[in-house]
Write a protein that binds this ligand. Structure first.
Ligand code: PMV
Length: 335
């Protein structure tokens, strides 16, 4: 049953991958080559409102950019992807009725700059569309639907706290499950912003050519032991061990990215400076590690007890524009 003219409100977090998803074994179904692991980000999220209308010709998207007061209509790529995903969800749910919609999306952080804005946006859309079609999906099913958006990592945002996206053996068995609740471990991700500029090539696109890197087979081999090693260290709350694996995995992914054809240099000189400064701070006895997704901005991971020291160290670095502190949090939900 579709409730026309009603408004659905959703909030969904971005997430940081500790063990990354890079390259797909199926580009149509967005199936990863390996299990991957993430933490939701409490202060980097999308707030989405959807109005559903009987007039099926209405397909509108308004976006409020980070730090802007106003919504601007998008008639380009973002709308195209939202409409495409609407069709995907409709087919997945086998819904006959069509509907019109007006979307309003606002991010609490800069988009397309390595902070998983597509994960928060598409996981929010997954919940909004399925709710609009009158379906209340299990977390598992919602995660499958979010994965089918094309931004596969959206499937991890659905789950509360820390998530593992299981590579599965088919579309229905490739979804995220909880690794641990938020309360399990008070890890902090200080998202250090060096630029609010959007990247040129989306990660969703760049996944397609990961296999062209001669370092890719090496990455796949490493992941076979890195994933279980991460789970073991996480279960033992061994911060040094997970930190080491987080940095190793970041480097391994970026080496693949840079050696793909065509190459993708997501990180910049500023990112590199902050990577080195993370190592310097660690040498001074503060346990801190970096992680970098497909963008220039850098994620500094520490435990809550060191948050203040780490924040004070990074905030005064010349490369840094601002820092958004994040803690593990709930996944995608209606508000
Ligand atoms: O889910 P996508 O297609 O937006 O790709 C995400 C890729 C990385 O952010 C670089 C890694 C990850 O696991 O989140």
């Amino acid at each position: 049953m579709i409730n026309y003219n009603s408004v659905i409100k959703v909030k969904s977090p971005a997430n940081i991958a500790f063990i990354k998803y890079w390259g797909r074994r199926d580009d149509e179904l967005f199936l990863p080559v390996s299990d991957n692991i993430s933490m939701n980000l409490s202060h980097c999220y999308t707030s989405l409102e959807m109005e559903f209308l009987k007039d099926t010709s209405v397909r509108e998207l308004y976006i409020r950019e980070y730090k802007s007061d106003t919504y601007t209509q998008d008639t380009g790529k973002a709308l195209e992807k939202a409409v495409k995903f609407y069709q995907t969800v409709k087919e997945y749910l086998k819904v006959e009725d069509d509907l019109g919609f007006r979307l309003k999306s606002a991010n609490s952080f800069p988009k397309q700059s390595g902070i998983a804005s597509s994960a928060s946006f598409f996981s929010a859309l997954a919940l909004a569309y399925t709710t609009a079609f009158g379906k209340k999906l299990s977390s598992k099913e919602l995660s499958v639907v979010a994965r089918l958006s094309g931004s596969g990592s959206a499937c991890r945002s659905v789950v509360d706290g820390y998530a593992v996206w299981k590579k599965g053996t088919s579309s229905s068995s490739s979804y995220a499950v909880q690794l641990a609740a938020s309360e399990y471990w008070d890890l902090v991700d200080l998202v250090v912003i060096v630029t609010a500029e959007a990247k040129k090539v989306t990660s969703t696109e760049a996944h397609k050519t990961a296999w062209t890197s001669s370092f890719y087979p090496n990455r796949l081999r490493e992941l076979k032991s890195r994933v279980p090693a991460f789970k073991e260290a996480f279960n033992a709350k061994d911060f040094s061990a997970i930190g080491k694996l987080i940095e190793e995995d970041t480097l391994s992914m970026h080496i693949v990215m840079m050696t793909q054809t065509p190459p993708n240099y997501y990180l910049s000189g500023k990112t590199l400076e902050l990577m080195k400064k993370t190592i310097t701070l660690r040498a001074q006895g503060i346990e801190v590690y970096y992680s970098i997704d497909a963008g220039e901005n850098i994620h500094i991971i520490c435990e809550k007890k060191n948050e203040r020291t780490v924040y004070e160290y990074f905030v005064k670095q010349p490369e840094v524009q601002e820092i958004i502190a994040n803690y593990p949090c709930e996944g995608t939900r209606l508000v």
